[in-house]
Design a protein around this ligand. Sequence first.
Ligand code: F6P
Length: 536
Amino acid sequence: MSEFIRCDRTVAWSALAGHFEAHGRDLDLREAFGRDPGRFASFAVEAPEVFADLSKNRWDLATRKLLVELARECRLEMRRDALLAGEPINVTEGRAVLHTALRAPRGQGPFSDEVHAVLDAMLAYAERVRDVARSGIRDIVNIGIGGSDLGPQMAVAALESHVHPQLRFHFVSNVDGHDLAPVLARVEPRSTLFIIASKTFTTQETMANAQVARAWFLQGWGAGGEAAIARHFAGTTTNVDAAAAFGIDTTFGFWDWVGGRYSLWSAIGLPIAIAIGAQAFRELLAGAHAMDRHFAQAPLERNLPALLGLLDVWYRNFHGFTSRSVAPYHQGLRRLPAYLQQLEMESNGKRVDLEGAVLPYATSPVVWGEPGTNGQHAYFQMLHQGTDVIPVEFIAVKRPSHHHADLHAKLLANCLAQGQALMQGKTEAQALGESAPTASKSLDKSVIAKHRTFPGNRPSTTFVLDQLTPRSLGALIALYEHRVFTSGALWGINSFDQWGVELGKALCNDLLPRLASGDAQGLDGSTAGLLARLRA
Ligand code: F6P
């Protein structure tokens, strides 16, 4: 931990504070483009599978230079190398953080033999399941939560056009029976494979759902059901013994150096492998590996994950922006915002530094979003005219996997238009000069114009993917992982633990028997009142 240098204790931090006052707070994107015809090119970054336009962000070349200096002062490159080398950078749990090893080619990267042995076995199993004539499997039910759900669910949706046409995928996460019951109502024991996905194999929700699924299966199967469990239940976990105790023979393991929210590349990716097949799963890994190489090798000035993480620090700590909206203009990426919420907010939603000191600055922004164009007809109003400035991240995909070229052109035009509108805005004079046929005739035109004014100068980033493929999806996800690492490293926090989820779990264990008994002793007044209400 001797190399740990917190961002606010650097020379660059003070320089950035001065720069923000002089040129940052009031930077106007419209003027910046007017001054510099080369701005788009200056802020365009090419990374594997992902092109990024960072020019519509409220920074200039001097800001970028100072942010890169900040990264160097905080020894970002050294910390990145420590991550990739498998040093125990998750200090509060004494663990390495090696999701990158899961996508390193055979013979490269730490633990290569173990990683590739499990990968080969898992992919061979996936291919057997995909042979539906032989396996008889038609429905895959993944039971898991958090990282054991969001990654596979997001990726299977994203890669829909690559998914085996005779297989249906169901993802059950919530301990709410409204999640599991409708799935069980739609599937048959003899044609269903349950995957019990849990790094720890102790998570309350997953274990409870798995028990219900098991009982349903045994009841539906009839005689011989116990023996059939071996063919219809598989486990993906680091806790192979617990899976065996549950009665699962087919288990694909992984290791404590794979964080839950970084685990889709491990055995937790089994539903993805069954959905898209072994070859495509290897492509997903290869795309992520290409982004790992970019992060490891590209100079910081052209290193896309590093630049995004630096921009996040600039926005959070200098501009004071509290959230970031993600707008994927691809329906397949509809679960990406939810996936990114766990990735970023569980990683960087921390309030003490690596030495336990309470931080004097803000960390993770709120990450949220919906696919475009749906979001445009819901919350984009606030993005354009609300009182908060919320940077937006657009993801555009050049070539669709359908043949409706007219729909795709409209989708892309909408995506470009939103970034343009956020930046350009509309002055009161422009609004006054326009006709507004739906506006009230009884209000003064100047008042209507005020309502129809857009401040503009609202920042956005646009990523362009050529096509949404296993490879480009892998690269995109790895890009986000390394971006989160970068901001976390600068903030001097541990991005790889999640102690904040523990307290609620413990209190739930205390409350569960009280719901049955009604015992409210020692509870606060509100919880006691609600308990009584729920029991009445
Ligand atoms: O409670 C939070 C968490 O530990 C996440 O970090 C994790 O992805 C999720 O729960 C599920 O954990 P597991 O895979 O061990 O069931």
